[in-house]
Design a protein around this ligand. Structure first.
Ligand code: HEM
Length: 329
């Protein structure tokens, strides 16, 4: 079992077979406990004085744990918001974990948890984290942080690629945070690795942008106007706030879902821009590499469907613009 790997071609490694060095899954630097076995609970991290108030202490994945290619869900298991062994998870448990750990709104958490389970198309009420690694169901090629599944593999790697993580972080224009523009640059570069252009279908392209959108919305902190990333953001952010009509900002939940589906196929032009935010490089590295909720990070506010939708709309627009610019060159 492995946690962190390095590959020869960081951005363009197209399959897990390019992975050359495999580090132990629980480097001693990550764990303060001796290696052990998890069930629903961890015999070390969950030993609390007051059993009614879980401390959600971090314990990295152990031999035999089920883990996904999603760093956020793995982090939820590593902190005991999900079963520590990553098994027998029902959507209601996932929904509660998303609300408790990331302060995602109830409606959005319901949608993510039940939508994710639905997309897997599995029988039964529960799933394991490794089920999410099944290639081309929710998991997809051209990820930013993990290698593609091998051509005959049914499952993608469920661990980050350290070199790919560093490559993404190199896009940070101020050296300490990742802005939406920086994520867009990383995404466009990753897409450009494939001969004939981006290889993701519409749904997986949407999922890949959604992953960046979630990270920015949940872990992003407001950027003061003077920081380089904030100025770059404001300069390049062509999506401006406009007077919005009832149609461009529907009030009902159903109308918002319909508008979101519409936007996937036909794009958006009038979505208000999200507030300028950037994710600390340290926080991003901790989340992705250690699958850990960064120490000192607290949700700034509750994240709703509309917040993520605004961010994703802006990212999509910027990606399209960058791809068109690249084609012209
Ligand atoms: C709500 C907080 C969430 C955040 C911040 C988040 C973040 C991310 C990120 C950054 C990645 C990209 C990993 C990579 O490039 O290697 C990812 C991948 C993934 N996420 Fe999540 N995620 C969240 C929730 C979920 C939920 C609710 C599900 C499904 C139930 C899910 C399923 C997946 C899967 C299957 C992948 C792999 C996709 C790929 O191949 O890159 N995530 N997530």
């Amino acid at each position: 079992m492995s946690t962190i790997t390095t590959s020869t071609l960081p951005v363009c490694s197209s399959s897990s077979s390019s992975t050359i060095a495999i580090a132990p899954s629980t480097p001693s630097s990550l764990s303060k406990f001796p290696s052990h076995t998890h069930t629903r609970i961890c015999p070390y991290a969950d030993t609390m004085v007051d059993k009614t108030k879980p401390t959600h202490e971090y314990c990295p994945r152990q031999e035999g744990d089920s883990r996904s290619p999603c760093p956020a869900l793995n982090a939820l298991a590593n902190h005991g918001y999900l079963p520590r062994d990553g098994r027998k998870i029902d959507p209601d448990t996932l929904e509660k974990a998303l609300i408790d750990a990331f302060q995602i709104s109830h409606t959005f958490a319901y949608l993510l948890a039940h939508g994710g389970k639905f997309m897997l198309g599995q029988k039964g009420d529960t799933f394991s984290l490794e089920d999410l690694a099944r290639h081309n169901i929710v998991e997809h090629d051209a990820s930013l942080f993990h290698a593609d599944a091998g051509s005959r593999d049914e499952y993608a790697p469920n661990h980050p690629d350290q070199v790919m993580v560093r490559t993404v972080l190199k896009e940070s224009s101020d050296g300490s945070t990742m802005s939406p523009d920086n994520f867009v640059a990383a995404r466009v570069k990753r897409d450009s690795c494939y001969e004939g252009g981006p290889k993701l279908d519409l749904v997986h392209h949407e999922i890949a942008i959604g992953e960046m959108g979630l990270v920015l919305t949940i872990f992003g902190t407001p950027t003061p106007p003077s920081t380089p990333n904030s100025s770059a953001f404001l300069k390049n952010n062509v999506t401006v706030d406009r007077p919005v009509s009832f149609l461009s900002q529907p009030k009902s939940f159903l109308a918002r879902i319909l508008k979101y589906i519409w936007s996937i196929f036909f794009g958006t032009s009038t979505t208000p821009s999200p507030p300028p935010v950037a994710v600390s490089n340290d926080h991003l590295r901790t989340l992705i590499e250690e699958e850990r909720i960064p120490e000192g990070w607290k949700p700034v506010k509750s994240t709703g469907l509309t917040d993520a939708y605004k961010m994703v709309s802006m990212l999509k627009k910027k990606i399209k613009e960058q791809q068109e610019q690249t084609k012209k060159r």
